[in-house]
Design a protein around this ligand. Structure first.
Ligand SMILES: [Zn+2]
Length: 392
């Protein structure tokens, strides 16, 4: 059972026991023998067991009217309203509590925290932030307040504030937020790149890598900044650094490596990267890049050999899709070409279902790579679906 229901039922159960005992005594005193009617506790429990939460709550609310001085019960009620989406009702309840005279500092902190949660759910982030900064002054509310503040700063894209809060939380959580703080620095770095402030972007990337040396995003950004300043060879070295720890990201940088290799006038650099990447991952998307590279370089036979191996050995659907394209272009017979095109239409449709990205934490699928999943808000949990398929 949801703990919040227990929080509401227990006081009612206690009240019901008192009620039962009192009525039994009254009945004996009057010489009666009848048992009391079902109590609110049993009624609400019954509703809960049959998943009728609304009815259970109505019964409890009536029973709890006699407990309106009990702060713990009122807080539990407010929390329940919020979880049911009744934000205005929760807010009114908590505002009423905060106006009470003689509230202890401990209780005031609790109510402030609950009210901050109401405002957060209502989208009133500034108000929520102010209350959380106040609530964080109490030791027992510091950690939950910092957690909610981080969510606010993330949704507002206030990355510097997010870093400040996460560093405090990281000390409490013994260093398990370093990977997330590195992502905040990457967010700032991308903002600086967009504004053309490259030295500031470099400083943010360096901070990210100091916190999380295996941060793929920071490594990609490092390479981008080197390429922007014309150091294409260093850029390729940075991107090649993903081979060991982040093979799933190699396909995200392959076009960048190609552009830098072109800038250096050295196609062999790109070929070297592809060979290294394919040896590390067997990612069929990279093999198709090699096929394209060979075909563009005039090595059509070698390209077809790689493609046939891919289809034969790995039963690769993307490989078959490309092979059908090759065959359609090769044939002079219009009927055979039409057949190839038809088959290619089918493989294309099948590939559409496998394209895009997926969060391995919540399963959310999307068309583009997100460093923070838009569904579950986790960092570094999204990767290409075709890469996962290759691994399977
Ligand atoms: Zn997710």
């Amino acid at each position: 059972m949801d703990p919040i229901w227990l929080g509401l039922l227990l006081p009612v159960a206690a009240g019901s026991g008192w009620f039962v005992a009192r009525h039994r005594n009254d009945a004996r005193g009057k010489g009666g023998t009848g048992l009391p009617a079902p109590t609110a506790y049993f009624k609400s429990l019954n509703f809960l067991l049959t998943e009728q939460h609304d009815k259970a709550l109505d019964v409890l609310l009536q029973a709890l009217e006699q407990h309106d001085e009990d702060l713990e019960i009122q807080l539990a009620l407010g929390g329940l309203f919020r979880r049911r989406g009744e934000i205005e009702r929760a807010t009114q309840l908590h505002q009423g509590l905060i106006a009470r005279v003689g509230l202890s500092p401990e209780h005031k902190g609790q109510v402030l925290f609950e009210l901050a949660n109401d405002y957060y759910k209502a989208g009133l982030l500034d108000r929520s932030e102010n209350l959380l900064l106040e609530a964080a002054g109490r030791k027992e509310l510091l950690e939950p307040s910092l957690h909610l503040l981080i969510q606010i700063y993330e949704s507002e894209k206030e990355w510097k504030n997010a870093i400040g809060v996460a560093v405090r939380l990281d000390k409490l959580a013994e260093g398990n937020l370093r990977v997330v703080i590195a992502q905040y620095h990457c967010e700032l770095a991308e903002r600086e790149v967009g504004a053309g402030n490259y030295p500031l972007a470099q400083a943010e990337v360096a901070d990210a890598l100091a916190l999380d040396p295996s941060c793929a995003r920071a490594r990609i950004l490092e390479g981008r900044l080197q390429a922007i300043s014309g150091n294409h060879r260093d850029a390729i070295v940075s991107w090649s650094g993903l081979v060991g720890e982040h093979p799933e990201m190699l396909c995200e940088v392959v076009h960048l490596v190609k552009a830098s290799s072109n800038a250096l006038g050295s196609l062999s650099l790109f070929r070297g990267f592809l060979d290294q990447a394919i040896a590390a991952t067997e990612d069929e998307r990279l093999k198709l890049m090699l096929v394209d590279h060979l075909a563009a370089d005039g090595s059509k036979e070698e390209a077809e050999k790689v493609l046939l191996n891919l289809v034969n050995e790995a039963a690769s659907l993307p490989g078959l899709h490309r092979l059908l394209q090759f065959r359609a272009l090769d044939t002079a017979d219009s009927r055979i070409r039409a057949d190839y095109e038809l088959l290619r239409h089918v493989t294309g449709k099948l590939l559409e279902d496998r394209a895009g990205y997926e969060c391995r934490f919540c399963g959310l699928q999307g068309r583009s790579l997100h460093w923070q999943c838009p569904g579950c808000r986790s960092w570094n949990t999204t990767s290409a679906r075709l890469f996962s398929a290759t691994l399977n």
